[in-house]
Design a protein around this ligand. Structure first.
Ligand SMILES: Nc1ncnc2c1ncn2[C@@H]1O[C@H](COP(=O)(O)OP(=O)(O)O)[C@@H](O)[C@H]1O
Ligand SMILES: [Mg+2]
Length: 574
């Protein structure tokens, strides 16, 4: 937008002591305005001006418009947080923000002012994004935040095109790359733009460039420090925000983690290659193919994938949506869980914006591998057991799985085994007879145990996040009926049955021996009415137990082995 001519500056609100600047601004060019504020911030009264700017911003964007009545007690915290961040912003960035706000037309609504304020502030934008996906927040606030996310735009297609030309130079001609004029998607750290290119030996193909926005590396360190300081500020006892400490800490650590990973393009590229391998045998799931020849440290080139946002797939068919939900669980939990690799990759940010559904081929497309976690076979084994034992309401099995998880994190947990036992006992005592706890409850139980001082391996933190995020997406896709643990349990049972005793990674024979078969039969009947398996006899156990590493004659394929009325036929990839 063109800045207004000097005479047109009319604030339309009381600028307080900042009125002084309105006069100066009227005479100055846009660059002159920024320099004038910067000068004031650097001067002797810099701190005074910062404080005044903080208050002024609070009046420009009243916290009431952002935080609804229903979340009233969060308002002072949000106001303090805003003030804290802007008061501490570096001179040049803060001066730019002040000048921009003065230049906006007097009747600009606060929401628009807010968009300008968070312009080129990846740290704050990320906070908004993470909050928008938090199901514990009131829906109205989440909607406001996601509108903010969609309305964000702080790079132009020309800037992105310029960066691509600078980095790829000759390669653009070599591969006859043609860029689309518009940006496809823009978020806090990167922008995505479509292109077509000549893939050697193939027909012309469609791709996308995911490009690190050029200003992000410059303000990254400042934003990280600001957010860390903000965390300390908000959680200090003298603030009196005790009710929010846990949420604030958790939200900020997620934001910091996301930001660090999202800047590491090389890492995402390597993960994409691994993910393609992991899903190679899985029908109905795909990930974009990396185009290495056109990728750099700040550009990822990959195949353009067709599909709609997963929550919008088959809007009128509950049956197909139920199948989509199962594909989600398979892709994000079951395939990595049961991978034969020593370390399996989990997509650690599975919100709906990262999941497309290709309705024509009935394929789920998993995008955005910036945040991924690798779990060892042993951790996965314990998590599978925890899930299965939880679904079977088996306290002893749950206790053992959690003990093993804790012990693998450190011997120091030896002294805290009593805490685990106590929490598990309390959990089962409080279960109502008709409750059916699952993976989600298992994660909540781990949370409670962690709060009591038991230390778990760090990847578990991310696994918990995966389950919680996925649970939200599943709810939006198919309502409350879909359960992660049921799909895991079914995978587990199918593998037991299909492999005739040569049990699939990551499970071992002793795990199966530890499972109460009567409960398992019950569970099996619930999942596939009318098809109960026979419990292994002792002699069968003994003979299978003697060849624990025997492989199945024909390892079951990921998609062809599952019976069951709940599963409509999926089409093979086209
Ligand atoms: N390979 C792809 N094919 C089609 N669209 C893509 C592809 N990669 C990304 N997009 C689009 O760009 C958006 C942002 O990409 P993503 O990788 O999630 O980056 P970020 O969330 O960090 O901006 C996605 O939600 C999707 O709409
Ligand atoms: Mg994304």
């Amino acid at each position: 937008m063109e800045p207004p001519s000097p005479a047109a500056i009319d604030l339309g609100f009381d600028p307080g002591p900042l009125a002084l600047w309105a006069g100066i601004f009227a005479q100055a060019t846009p660059a002159g305005r920024i320099s004038a504020v910067e000068g004031a911030l650097r001067g002797r009264r810099g701190r005074y001006w910062r404080r005044e700017i903080g208050r002024w911003i609070g009046r420009l964007v009243p916290v009431e418009i952002l935080v609804p009545e229903s979340a009233q007690r969060w308002r002072p915290l949000v106001r303090d947080a805003f003030q804290f961040v802007f008061e501490r912003l570096s001179d040049r960035r803060l001066a730019t923000k002040v000048a921009q706000q003065f230049e906006l037309p007097a009747d600009t609504p606060p929401e628009q002012r807010l968009l300008r304020l968070v312009n080129k502030m990846p740290g704050l934008q990320k906070v908004g994004q993470v909050l928008a996906r938090n199901r514990r927040l009131p829906p109205k606030l989440r909607r406001a935040l996601s509108e903010l996310e969609n309305g964000m735009s702080d790079v132009t297609p020309e800037e992105i095109r310029g960066l691509i030309e600078e980095r790829l130079g000759q390669r653009l001609t070599e591969y006859a790359v043609e860029l689309e004029p518009a940006i496809l998607s823009e978020a806090s750290v990167s922008a995505v733009i479509r292109f077509t290119w000549n893939c050697p030996g193939r027909e012309r193909e469609q791709g996308v460039f995911k490009v690190l926005k050029p200003y992000v590396p410059q303000c990254f360190d400042e934003d990280m420090t600001l957010l860390q300081d903000l965390g300390e500020f908000l959680t200090a006892p003298e603030r009196g925000y005790g009710f929010a400490i846990h949420d604030v800490k958790e939200m900020l650590s997620e934001v910091l983690l996301l930001l660090t990973h999202e800047l590491d393009f090389r890492r995402e590229q390597a993960t994409l290659l691994d993910a393609v391998k992991m899903y190679r045998a899985s029908i109905g799931i795909r990930v974009p193919k990396l185009i290495e020849a056109l990728s750099t440290a700040d550009i990822t080139a990959m195949s353009a994938e067709a599909g709609v946002k997963v929550t919008e797939a088959f809007p009128r068919s509950p049956i197909r949506r139920a199948r989509v939900a199962e594909q989600l669980i398979e892709a994000l939990v079951a395939v990595p869980f049961f991978s034969r690799e020593p370390e399996a990759i989990f997509h650690a940010d599975p919100h709906a914006g990262n999941l497309l559904y290709d309705e024509t081929n009935r394929e789920l497309v998993v995008l955005d591998w910036a945040l991924a976690e690798r779990l060892s076979r042993e951790s996965r084994r314990q998590l599978v057991l925890l899930s299965v034992m939880m679904a079977l309401r088996n306290p002893e099995g749950v206790r053992q799985a959690i003990r093993d998880l804790a012990l693998s994190a450190g011997r120091g947990n030896h002294e805290r085994l009593g805490v685990i036992d106590g929490c598990v006992d309390r959990f089962f005592d409080q279960l109502a007879p008709d409750d059916s706890p699952g993976t989600l409850e298992a994660m909540r139980l781990l949370d409670r145990i962690a709060l009591d001082g038991v230390h778990f391996p760090p990847p578990l933190f991310l696994f918990r996040k995966i389950v919680l995020t996925l649970d939200g997406v599943l709810y939006d896709v198919a309502g409350p009926g879909v359960r992660i643990d049921e799909v895991i349990a079914r995978e587990f049972l199918t593998r037991c049955v299909a492999s005739l005793g040569a049990f699939h990674a990551p499970l071992e024979w002793k795990d199966v021996a530890a499972i109460p078969w009567n409960a398992l039969r019950y569970s099996f009947c619930r999942l596939w009415p009318g098809k109960a398996p026979a419990a292994p006899t002792d002699s069968a156990r003994a003979s299978r137990g003697s060849t624990p590493n025997r492989r199945p004659k024909s390892p079951p394929r990921a998609k062809s082995r599952r019976p069951g009325p709940r599963r409509p036929q999926s089409q093979p990839a086209g």
